[in-house]
Design a protein around this ligand. Structure first.
Ligand code: AMP
Length: 660
């Protein structure tokens, strides 16, 4: 590949990673991997400076402000840090600074892997807080930051104005609890504490942000209208005296001491409550900093030593599949136990089918695993030379390992999903959906009640709902006689909701409320719908080949048939409440005149007739409506004379689409 194409490819990859990281809060690679690729791009661009464009990922600092929050222009930009990955790079940094500053002293700080924020105080009162955004413009997240307990809202004896910079983070333990809860609720898990923190700070509802229990550490004075300092360490001590949670910041003069501290922090980083992705080395003298100045992106007086995620070799003993509550099949590698970043690792995530296929991971393979900010270790790559003879490519299962139903790949993603209507792995979600407002609308049957019904073994699928014993329901935690009776009544009422809602309740992929209504109107009964072939289904408006296939597969599954039989026995209505299309305009006579935009004459005629209307060629007293298009002629005049209602094209369209 020539260098131009190479640059292009790196940029594309980085942009994609950026988008996933900043905008979707769902990173796909570790930061270290990102930094390494960015570094490669930087090097190529340096060799070919004529190819640098302003939109290259190397030219920007970080995320872009989202629209949902008000934007704030930072009075003092929130800069990035120059990375160093190797001792030689650190030595070069010391040398560069040493050329301008005599016997420098160094402040050392853990590089907290969170979200950078600027906090502004007026007369000691916290007035504004913003995210870094692109360094110049960030998002105003004041209300959310107010909920962070470690941020002081009022300072004693503070200067008139003060802006400090710090890092917001989610403590590891909080992160673990959050994910455990999300798992219980069937919500997607957060990738790592930093993304969880970022997501929490950008919550539009501060109450949600508050529940996320973020923390903050402060590491810089951005602006102060008050005392001045000679060194950064003195400034930080001052902030601590005002009541800020200040980052630890030992000062060293000898370079060996700096290196030793960096190495020790690397070994001990598991002991901190927050994730640490590096060590920051900063010149302590503020006069020295002013002398050195900065580049467009970062100060010349600081460097960030980045720790590579610890990696180890191990052997894949097995690949197992877990089925989540949303029915997604997630592969996991069972690996020979290995010590990694302070814990013993016995399994690693394989994400999805594509991840395995792209890396060709096989059972028996020796692989590199790492923990990179994420709590769950991941498989990085296969050690090609160590593949045992006879290792075969991994075949992703075609059937759900929990219930045996066929699996299907999402049209819009890499996820493989179980299609089983009664798959135990997804029961809670399926049943909650069945009872939800847009489906069978069973009041009082929310996620918590569904969960306890399942746990107590009172139901095994939605089919069991209608044979529930109210007395046993009354004994459930938090239920009682009254609630049980209410639930019983709600269940009874739901039996007559009709076919459209029932179809929605089934949760068949691709069949949403609208499609369910159309199907209900067209087929009128569940039995007629079940008998329809794919061809007949695709003839229905809004039903494409994928939906048709989804329907026939769903009806063919034994679990679905069991569910339908149980509902039938319980007396749930399978009949449509939507009048069939054919009758809607029965007995009405239409006359068309002029040119219509959306339909040809023939088409309009066909559509009207399909709903039982008659279409006549001339206007008489018997005409119900005249549809007047562009340049309507004598028929319109006659209709007006006879006082016959005139419909515009829009009105005709509305009539044709009307739900009767
Ligand atoms: P990077 O994102 O790799 O360019 O690194 C710069 C980021 O490190 C800053 O935006 C800060 O959010 C973060 N950071 C974390 N801890 C510190 C620290 N002690 N000093 C300076 N920056 C820090």
């Amino acid at each position: 590949m020539d260098f131009q194409a190479q640059i292009q490819q790196y940029r594309q990859t980085l942009e994609e990673w950026n988008h996933r990281y900043y905008d979707l809060d769902a990173p796909v690679v570790s930061d270290y991997e990102y930094d390494m690729l960015l570094r490669k791009l930087e090097q190529l661009e340096q060799e070919h400076p004529e190819l640098i464009t302003p939109d290259s990922p190397t030219q920007r600092v970080g995320g872009q402000a989202l629209d949902a929050f008000r934007q704030v222009r930072h009075e003092v930009p929130l800069q990035s840090l120059q990375d160093v990955f190797e001792p030689s790079e650190l030595a070069a940094f010391f040398q560069r600074v040493g050329q301008q500053v005599q016997s420098p002293a160094w402040v050392l700080e853990p590089k907290v892997d969170g979200l950078s924020v600027a906090l502004e105080y007026e007369d000691g009162v916290f007035v504004r807080g913003a995210t870094r955004g692109d360094g110049q413009v960030g998002e105003d997240v004041t209300e959310n930051l107010r909920t962070v307990r470690s941020i002081p809202l009022r300072l004693e004896g503070a200067p008139r104005r003060l802006i400090v910079r710090g890092e917001c983070y989610m403590a590891r333990t909080v992160f673990q609890h959050l994910n455990a809860r999300r798992e219980e609720e069937g919500k997607p898990l957060m990738a790592n504490p930093r993304n969880a923190a970022a997501g929490s700070l950008r919550q539009l509802d501060p109450r949600i942000a508050a529940r996320r229990r973020l923390d903050c550490v402060i590491f810089n004075i951005q602006l102060i209208d008050g005392p001045s300092f000679e060194t950064d360490s003195a400034a930080l001590d001052y902030l601590a005296s005002l009541g800020f949670p200040v980052i630890e910041h030992p000062v060293f003069r000898r370079e060996e001491e700096v290196s030793a501290w960096i190495a020790r922090l690397g070994e001990e980083r598991e002991r901190y409550p927050f994730e640490i992705d590096g060590a920051v080395v900063k010149l302590d003298s503020l006069a020295g900093r002013a002398l050195l100045g900065e580049t467009a992106k970062f100060p010349r007086w600081a460097a960030a030593w980045k720790y590579p995620p610890e990696q180890k070799e191990t052997v894949v003993q097995d690949i197992v599949i877990q089925v989540g509550r949303t029915g997604v099949l997630t592969p996991k590698a069972v690996v020979a136990p290995v010590r990694l970043a302070g814990t013993t690792v016995t399994n690693a995530t394989l994400h999805n089918q594509d991840f395995i296929a792209e890396r060709d991971i096989r059972i028996g393979d020796t692989v590199i695993v790492q923990k990179a900010g994420e709590i769950i270790p991941q498989v990085v790559s296969v050690v090609a030379g160590k593949r045992p003879d006879g290792a075969v490519p991994y075949q992703f299962p075609q059937a759900c390992p929990v219930c045996g139903a066929p699996v299907r790949r999402d049209e819009d993603g890499a996820a493989i999903r179980c299609t089983g209507a009664e798959c135990p792995a997804q029961l809670a979600r399926t049943i909650t959906h069945f009872a939800s407002r847009s489906a069978m609308d069973i009041e009082g049957l929310g996620p918590a009640v569904v969960q306890s019904l399942l746990e107590e073994g009172l139901i095994r699928s939605a089919a069991d709902l209608y044979t529930l014993d109210p007395q046993r329901v009354a004994q459930l935690d938090g239920m009682g006689e009254r609630s049980a009776a209410k639930l019983q009544a709600a269940l009874e009422a739901s039996k007559s909701r009709g076919l459209a809602r029932l179809l929605t309740a089934f949760g068949i992929r691709q069949v949403g409320e609208k499609a369910a209504q159309t199907l209900s109107r067209t087929f009128q009964t569940l039995d007629a719908l079940m008998q329809a072939g794919e061809e007949e289904l695709t003839a229905v408006e809004d039903v494409g080949a994928i939906t048709a296939r989804s329907l026939t597969e769903w009806f063919a599954a034994p679990q679905s048939q069991h569910l339908i039989a149980a509902l039938r026995a319980a007396g749930v209505s399978f009949a449509s409440r939507e009048a069939p299309r054919g009758d809607a305009l029965a007995g009405k006579t239409f006359v068309l005149t002029g040119t219509l935009e959306r339909y040809s004459r023939a088409e309009a005629k066909r559509l009207l007739e399909a709903q039982g209307a008659k279409v006549a060629g001339s206007v008489s007293k018997k005409t119900s409506y005249v549809v007047a298009g562009e340049a309507a002629g004598s028929k319109l005049t006659r209709a007006q004379a006879l006082g016959i209602p005139i419909l515009s094209e829009e009105e005709l369209t509305a009539l044709l689409e009307q739900e009767t």
